[in-house]
Design a protein around this ligand. Structure first.
Ligand SMILES: NC(=O)c1ccc[n+]([C@@H]2O[C@H](COP(=O)([O-])OP(=O)(O)OC[C@H]3O[C@@H](n4cnc5c(N)ncnc54)[C@H](OP(=O)(O)O)[C@@H]3O)[C@@H](O)[C@H]2O)c1
Length: 330
C-alpha cells in the first residue's frame, strides 16, 4: 500500500553548493496539457508527500500559482523555507543588459520567495523572440549564439549570486563546445547544468564532462517526456518506458518502467526532475528511490539502450548557420 507521506530525511541526498539536497525533484512544466492550477495542485500534493526540490521557470507561466502553494506551506508550518530547494530560470527573451535581475525579481515576486536556491540560464541563445522571428534560425532577424553574449548574461548571473538572490547559479541546454567557450571566463562556475537525460538519450560525454568538473547534472525529461506535444516528436523517437531493457528491469522488480528510469538516473549520478499531475504517479516516482536499487547488470543493460534520441528539438533555436535542429547541437 502507498504511504500517505514519506519522511524527506529518508530520501537519498547529495551535496550541491555546500547543501544537502534530495536526489529527485519535481518538474513543473506541464507539456501544454495542464493549466497552472493543476500543476500547482500537484506541487502542493508533492510537498505534502515529501518532495523538497522543485524545478520552476518563468516561461512555464505558473510561478505565481506555485508561489501561493509555497506560501501556504510555510504559513501552515508544514515546511520551512530552508527545507525546500527551488530552481528557476531566465528565459531567452531576458538576455539583455539588466534583464536577468528583472526576470529574477519577477520570479521571486511570483514564487513569494526572498531568494531562489538555483537560478539557471534556460537556453544558451540570446533569442529575443522578436515579432515574426520566433526563434527560427533561418529568419534573418534571428540573433545567433555567441560566447560573448552568453558571458554578458553570465556576468548578470554572477551579480545576482553576489547579491544573495540566487544561492547558486547554473546553465541549461549546453553542449561541450559551448561550455568550453564560456567556463574559462566564468568568475563563478555553474554549480549545476540541466540537460535532457533519459535511457534513450544519455549524453555520456557531456554527462561525464560535468561530473569531472564538479558540476551536478540535473536530468530533465527523465521519463522521456511521454506526453510531449507533437512539435517535439518525430516518428523515429523511442519511447523510453517501452525499451526492452527498462521493461525487463521493471518486471524483475515488479515496478513501473517510470520507476526504473528514475532509479537508473539516480544510480548514475543524475538528479531527475520528473513531472506528473497525478498523485499516484508523483508518489510512485519518489517511492522508487526508497526501494531496492537496480543491479549492476540492469544498469549496464540500460546503459546499452542509449539511442542518442534527443526529444527536445522541435524549436529551431538560434545558432549561426543552423539550417536544422541538428546544427544547434554541435
Ligand atoms: N531546462 C529545460 O530546458 C527543460 C526542458 C524540458 C523539461 N524541463 C523540466 O523537466 C521536467 C520534466 O520533464 P518533462 O515533463 O518533459 O518529462 P518527464 O518528466 O520525462 O515526463 C513527464 C510525463 O510523464 C508522465 N509520468 C510521470 N510519472 C509517471 C509515472 N510514474 N508513470 C507513468 N507516467 C508518468 C506524466 O504524465 P501524468 O501527468 O499523466 O502523470 C508526464 O506527462 C519539466 O516538468 C521541467 O520542469 C526542463
Amino acid at each position: 500500500m502507498t504511504p500517505d507521506s514519506v519522511d524527506p530525511r529518508r530520501v537519498p541526498c547529495c551535496e550541491l553548493a555546500g547543501r544537502r539536497i534530495p536526489r529527485i525533484g519535481m518538474g513543473t512544466f506541464g507539456s501544454d496539457r495542464y493549466g497552472p492550477e493543476e500543476i500547482s495542485g500537484a506541487v502542493a500534493g508533492a510537498i505534502r508527500f515529501g518532495y523538497r526540490l522543485f524545478d520552476c521557470a518563468s516561461v512555464y507561466g505558473n510561478e505565481d500559482q506555485i508561489g501561493k502553494v509555497f506560501d501556504e506551506a510555510f504559513s501552515a508550518g508544514f515546511v520551512k523555507r530552508e527545507e525546500i530547494f527551488v530552481i528557476s530560470k531566465v528565459w531567452n527573451d531576458m538576455h539583455g543588459r539588466g534583464d536577468v535581475l528583472l526576470s529574477l525579481a519577477r520570479s521571486l515576486r511570483d514564487l513569494r520567495l526572498d531568494y531562489v536556491d538555483a537560478y539557471l540560464v534556460h537556453w544558451p541563445f540570446p533569442n529575443y523572440h522578436a515579432p515574426g522571428c520566433d526563434g527560427d534560425a533561418r529568419n534573418p532577424d534571428s540573433v545567433p549564439f555567441s560566447a560573448d553574449s552568453y558571458m554578458d548574461v553570465w556576468r548578470q548571473m554572477e551579480k545576482i549570486h553576489d547579491m544573495g538572490l540566487a544561492r547558486c547559479i547554473g546553465m541549461s541546454n549546453m553542449t561541450i563546445p559551448k561550455m568550453e567557450a564560456v567556463l574559462p571566463r566564468c568568475r563563478i562556475k555553474p554549480a549545476l547544468v540541466e540537460m535532457e537525460l533519459h535511457p534513450s538519450f544519455q549524453q555520456p560525454e557531456l554527462f561525464r564532462y560535468c561530473l569531472s568538473r564538479g558540476i551536478q547534472p540535473i536530468a530533465y525529461s527523465p521519463l522521456g517526456s511521454p506526453n510531449r506535444p507533437g512539435r517535439d516528436r518525430s516518428a523515429e523517437d523511442v519511447v523510453d518506458m517501452e525499451l526492452p531493457e527498462v521493461d525487463a528491469a521493471a518486471r524483475a522488480h515488479g515496478i513501473h518502467p517510470a520507476q526504473v528510469c528514475l532509479k537508473w538516473a539516480v544510480q548514475r549520478g543524475q538528479i531527475p526532475i520528473p513531472f506528473s499531475a497525478h498523485e499516484k504517479n508523483y508518489r510512485a516516482n519518489l517511492l522508487a528511490l526508497l526501494e531496492d536499487p537496480l543491479t549492476e547488470a540492469e544498469m549496464k543493460a540500460i546503459e546499452g539502450a542509449d539511442k542518442n534520441c534527443r526529444l527536445i528539438k522541435g524549436q529551431v533555436f538560434l545558432w549561426e548557420g543552423a539550417k536544422s535542429w541538428e546544427d544547434l547541437w554541435d
